[in-house]
Design a protein around this ligand. Structure first.
Ligand code: SF4
Length: 428
């Protein structure tokens, strides 16, 4: 970003953002400052105001910023583009997508919205077996599906299947984390044990023998966490026992929702959703709760702890986000999805002279690692901004606008939030 185009906002004792929008190019940046970890405002400021700002006294600035950003937010909110995005950068790139006639998430939404079906919206439809699709409708006296399931169980069964997909995806991520920890302990990855205290805390909580050898402890922790994923009901989960509040554990036992390992629960829930297995909405709802508890304790907590052990526990720091972080003068490698392994590994390589020289010989200023979606958040919360790390672009609605900037050299996707139809962008 060129001189004079950005404005840092730092209101003492508060956590504030300013986004500066710079005319024709998307060159915006959010500055964040954490004070008492409290988010108090988001401001969007066109660049023309920067000049006016510089002429104002400190106390007048605050009022000016508030008034102008409110005005701009109001304009955005009431403009015809409001349904697209509140981000000027995305709106600008949306214009580009339109002029280039590129398929995009915003335009694909409209035709779908015109034909959404009320039965589907209310959960009163089912197409799980060849007797269907079935719909519940009082108008035609269809109180049950062909199999006999009622509307409550039909809706709850559908919800449970959605729960299964979410749990399975988190668990996929968790399993990769545990494997990465084990491989790191065996010296097979470029990573190190970064948060030794957290490793020791986890080991102690799970009754893994204390050892001076950190790699040995990490190896054992990876094994215990992996075993916890498919732990059955025969003896209580170590993770739930160690980390869930004791009084809740009793409530869960009384309700018969104290879970087994998440893979066991995924299997149990999925089998319950087959036609003519479980047609009781209370029973299905309890399976959803059991699955939720299993997901948190046997998948997600271990996942987060392991990522902290490998890459460091997140700390508050100043960050840069939005599409304005992209600089066409660099080789830009964007990591998108949910899993940070390749992003962290590439960041290490991108700092090596060998690769910086290779980028320069190809005519670039260097290499930038860019985060997108949750993969980007994983990188961002543990990494300071640097000559190599550019920051976070945004959520998955930013992907097509990001590609429309023409600044992305590699878009590396790992898990969820990786849209299925990006080939036209690669060709363009
Ligand atoms: S499972 Fe029941 S409600 Fe669903 S499609 Fe088959 S018969 Fe219809």
């Amino acid at each position: 970003m060129g001189g004079g185009e950005d404005v840092a906002c730092n209101r003492a004792g508060r956590f504030s953002y300013i986004l500066v929008y710079c005319g024709q190019n998307i060159r915006s940046r959010i500055w964040s400052r954490r004070r008492r970890q409290k988010l108090t405002s988001i401001k969007i400021i066109p660049v023309k105001f920067c000049i006016e700002l510089s002429l104002l006294r400190e106390n007048s600035r605050e009022k000016f910023l508030e008034k102008e950003s409110e005005k701009l937010m109001d304009q955005q909110y009431h403009s015809t583009n409001q349904r697209i995005s509140i981000h000027p950068s995305v709106l600008e790139m949306y214009e580009r997508l339109n002029s280039d006639n590129m398929t995009n998430v915003f335009d694909r939404y409209l035709p779908q919205e015109k034909m959404r079906c009320n039965f589907c919206l209310q959960g009163n439809s089912c197409q799980l077996c060849s007797h269907g699709p079935c719909r519940i409708s009082d108008k035609v006296g269809a109180e049950f599906g062909v199999c006999g399931i009622d509307r409550d169980a039909m809706a709850m069964r559908q919800l449970l299947l959605l729960n299964v997909m979410g749990s399975a995806t988190y668990t996929h991520h968790a399993y990769q984390a545990f494997r990465t920890l084990k491989s790191t302990a065996e010296g097979k990855t470029p990573f190190q044990i970064k948060d030794v205290n957290k490793l020791r805390m986890m080991a102690e909580s799970l009754k893994i023998p204390n050892s001076k050898d950190e790699k040995e402890m990490a190896w054992q922790l990876a094994n215990v966490l992996t075993e916890e994923l498919h732990h059955d009901y025969d003896d209580p989960s170590k993770m739930v026992t160690a980390f869930a509040p004791r009084h809740r554990q009793k409530v869960w036992r009384d309700l018969a929702i104290f879970p087994a390992g998440v893979l066991y629960e995924i299997s149990d829930a999925t089998a319950s959703c087959l036609t003519n297995v479980d047609g009781d909405y209370v029973s299905l709802a309890k399976k959803a709760m059991r699955l939720g508890i299993a997901t948190i304790y046997t998948s997600q907590i271990g996942l987060e702890m392991v990522q902290d052990i490998l890459f460091g526990t997140p700390t508050p720091h100043e960050v840069e986000v939005d599409l304005g972080i992209m600089d066409p003068a660099y080789v830009n490698i964007v990591f998108n999805g949910h899993q940070p392994w390749t992003g962290f590994a590439t960041m290490q390589l991108a700092q090596q002279d060998k690769w910086i020289q290779a980028a320069k010989e190809a005519g670039a200023k260097g290499i930038k690692i860019v985060g997108s979606i949750e993969t980007g958040q994983e990188l961002l919360q543990r990494t300071e901004m640097s000559s190599v790390f550019a920051g976070l672009t945004g959520n998955w609605l930013h992907i097509e606008p990001l590609l429309a900037t023409g600044t992305v050299d590699i878009f590396a996707m790992d898990e969820n939030c990786c849209p299925p139809n990006l080939a036209p962008y690669a060709e363009k």
